[in-house]
Every structure is written in C-alpha cells, then in structure tokens.
Design a protein around this ligand. Structure first.
Ligand SMILES: [Zn+2]
Ligand SMILES: [Zn+2]
Length: 178
C-alpha cells in the first residue's frame, strides 16, 4: 500500500504550495489561515516547580516566570492538558488549604477584635457606672461624698442616693413650700 505524503503536506501547505499563487500581487486578498491553529488543541502552560497553571504571557521555557512560586524557567506547556496533572492537583489542594487557613485567620482576627472592643466597652461602662461627687439620702437626710463609688446606696437605710448636697434639697423644698 503506497503511502501518500498527505500527512506531511497538511502541515506545510501554505509554505510549499504546489500551485503558485500570485504572491504579493494583490495585498487586498485576505490572508488564508495558514497553519490551522484554531483546530489544534489549546496548550496548557504549567509551572513544573509548584504545579500552578501559568498564563502564556509569563513566557515559557528558560525565559518564563511563575507568578505563583516566582520560579524562573519552570513553565512548560502541553497540548490539550497540563504537563503534569498530579502536580496541578497538589497545587490546587495547597491553594484550597491556604485559602481556608486565611479565612480561619481572618475569622480569628475578627473574633479577637470583637473581644477587644467588647472589653473596652465593658471597661468604659464600668467606669461610667461609678459615681463621684456629693450625694444625699432623701430618706434619712444624710450627705455623702462619693469617689468612684459603684453602688448608690445609703449606708444607713440602704435606700437609693440622689445626686446633690442636702443644701440644694432644702432650698428646693423651701421653694416648693412657699
Ligand atoms: Zn510555580
Ligand atoms: Zn438613708
């Protein structure tokens, strides 16, 4: 069975075309799709060091650079598939794990910050809860000077203390009774 050199001529059809076309005669003729690149399977570029997929703009071979691991000269390509799928799998697993870790870390940071702000609020509330100044008991008419006192209770009758000195109260009472 005589072999036809068809397979070979298919690739270099435009270059060594038998029928001499008027090359260069008319610039308006649309360029024929020479090597049928579109029908070829896409090339998948991958860093052979870390397994990350690498965009073709990062180069290939010696002049390549991997944006994932910053390695130089590690990018290789293969038609239709990554040169090393297991390497890609390992890389993808690492990425997923790192993402998870980052998320956990972020959640942890949020929690810590929340705790901090809550503690701060608590401290502020505690601080504002204490009472300093002149207070009096409206039940037994005793006057007390408080400094950072938390409870507003009369020592004698355990009743609630009111702000202000007794003098002010007497003055008010006088006004009301008049
Ligand atoms: Zn890499
Ligand atoms: Zn009292």
């Amino acid at each position: 069975m005589p072999r036809k050199p068809r397979v070979q001529s298919r690739h270099s059809r435009s270059g060594t075309g038998s029928t001499a076309s008027p090359s260069g005669a008319s610039g308006s003729t649309p360029r024929r799709a020479g090597p049928a690149r579109r029908s070829e399977p896409p090339i998948f570029w991958q860093c052979q060091s870390c397994g990350a997929p690498v965009e073709p703009q990062f180069g290939t071979g010696i002049d390549s650079w991997c944006p994932s691991c910053q390695a130089v000269g590690t990018v290789a390509g293969m038609e239709g598939q990554y040169p090393s799928p297991p390497l890609y799998g390992a890389w993808a697993a690492r990425q997923a794990r790192r993402k998870e870790q980052e998320q956990t870390q972020a959640e942890l940071t949020d929690l810590v910050q929340l705790h901090h702000s809550l503690t701060k609020q608590e401290q502020i509330m505690k601080r504002t809860k204490t009472h300093t100044g002149t207070f009096h008991c409206p039940t037994c008419f005793s006057e007390v000077e408080l400094v950072n006192e938390e409870s507003l209770k009369c020592d004698k009758c355990k009743g609630p203390l009111a702000q202000g000195s007794l003098d002010e109260i007497w003055a008010d009472d006088d006004d009301e009774e008049d």
